[in-house]
Design a protein. Structure first.
Length: 239
């Protein structure tokens, strides 16, 4: 089985300009998912899909390949992840290169672990899932979500839950925003990463941080430091 890592990193990020190559704890944030992909020893090829020369140069510096540049259409604000994936796979196919499985890894997934990549891949193969997505628990039951009306009044979205204890609600999860493993042939047919046969692995909240603004960035750095301290302490105790 041939496996491909696809890291989509366009140059036109709006909320945090140039965030895909912004310095994160001493090196471009893009280098972390690239390194994790290589350290997992899972992939036959690790590539970055970009429309940007600087991002391409940095990607190659850390070992990733740039076999083609992303089209203008799929570099816009309206392009979706699946659009980029399909374009990448079709370009490989035209070169006579095919993969059985692939993993789309987001370029700002600085907290990504090679262990989690391997765990998700093993689960996909064992259970024959079309795709596997890492998720993390919501820290508070979404069943008791609140809303503010146009007149400023506060209401529950679901009034019937107002008397229900939080511990009585089922646990809910959200996409961890790190990576998506998938069966290439089936995803090209479904054209969607979330299917009726999608599995998951659960990540703790301290291993997950979506980055859309400066506050998110600082939180990611704090979590990164804490994780590093934890692993250093664990290694010292094991020595």
């Amino acid at each position: 089985m041939r496996k491909l890592a696809i890291i989509p990193a366009r140059g036109g990020s709006k909320r945090l300009p140039r965030k895909n190559i912004k310095n994160f704890m001493g090196r471009p944030i893009l280098s972390y998912p690239i390194k994790a992909a290589f350290n997992s020893s899972l992939f036959d090829e690790v590539m970055v899909s970009t429309d940007d020369e600087e991002i391409a140069d940095i990607s190659k510096l850390f070992g990733a390949k740039i076999p083609m540049f992303r089209s203008e259409k799929n570099s816009s604000d309206h392009a979706t992840t699946i659009d980029v994936i399909i374009e990448v796979l079709e370009n490989y196919r035209k070169k006579g290169i095919n993969f059985t499985h692939a993993c789309c890894i987001y370029p700002t997934a600085a907290l990504i672990s090679p262990y989690d990549l391997k765990k998700a891949y093993s689960k996909m193969i064992k259970h024959e899932y079309v795709s596997v997505i890492p998720v993390t628990p919501f820290s508070y039951p979404i069943h008791r979500a609140l809303m503010i009306n146009s007149d400023g009044k506060l209401n529950m979205q679901k009034q019937e839950n107002i008397q229900t204890r939080t511990q009585d609600f089922p646990q809910s999860y959200h996409d961890a925003g790190q990576f998506y493993w998938f069966d290439v042939k089936k995803i090209l047919k479904e054209k969607n990463l979330f299917t009726s046969n999608t599995g998951s692995i659960i990540l703790p909240e301290h291993n997950v941080q979506d980055i859309d603004n400066e506050s998110d960035w600082k939180m990611a750095e704090m979590k990164f430091k804490l994780l590093n301290q934890y692993h250093e302490t664990k290694n010292l105790l094991a020595a």
